[in-house]
Design a binder for this molecule. Sequence first.
Ligand code: SAM
Length: 216
Amino acid sequence: MVEAVRRDVARNDDVLGRPRLSGPVDEALLAVPRHLFVPDELQLLAYENRALPIGLGQTISQPTIVALMTDLLELAPTDTVLEVGTGSGYQAAVLATVLPQGYVHTIEIVTDLALSARKRLVRLGYDNVKVHTGDGYRGRPEHAPFAGIMVTAAAERVPQALIDQLRPGGRLVMPLGPQGDTQWLTVLEKLPDGVLTRRVVLPVRFVPLTGEVEGR
Ligand code: SAM
């Protein structure tokens, strides 16, 4: 699986501006046991470089996308990050591995997924991750500011609360675009003076962000 991800990253070297993953992200992909984050009946496919269903209409993202989204945040080992869309907990585990002295807050709107991801991450010993149950649309102001924010479900626009909770110098990565169509993986950077820059990096397909965003 990691070899396939490395080939994808090399083919799309414009995404990161280099042909390979950073060392910590590459090591995290090797270290996190993806087969323990997919349903039992899909374990044989766990190390294919593809998205897989995790039940309740949701998916665990393709490893290439997990790797690129993690690397695009350009994190330091002590950073605190927010993920919206815990799903299986795999992406949170990859982030937690990249942040050995840092912390991951992750929010999942589907209660049953949040419960099982929380149990799984505790059982596997990821003690620098907290799984919150609820709508991530408003982020987690009580834990802000975040050095990085990752949204693993697609919406038309970046929720303002998430932009507000990004630290100056921090980055947010999220798929933007209409449902049922191609979306664009987009990186926002909040410069030290608070100005936002935006870079569109890759066409992707994600499940929709649900909850409050749908009424907006
Ligand atoms: N990161 C996940 C993983 O590693 O397995 C995959 C995420 S899956 C593509 C998207 C997830 O976002 C789903 O589990 C979905 O229930 C969740 N989601 C959708 N809208 C949400 C919201 N407003 N707040 C929190 N989670 C949300």
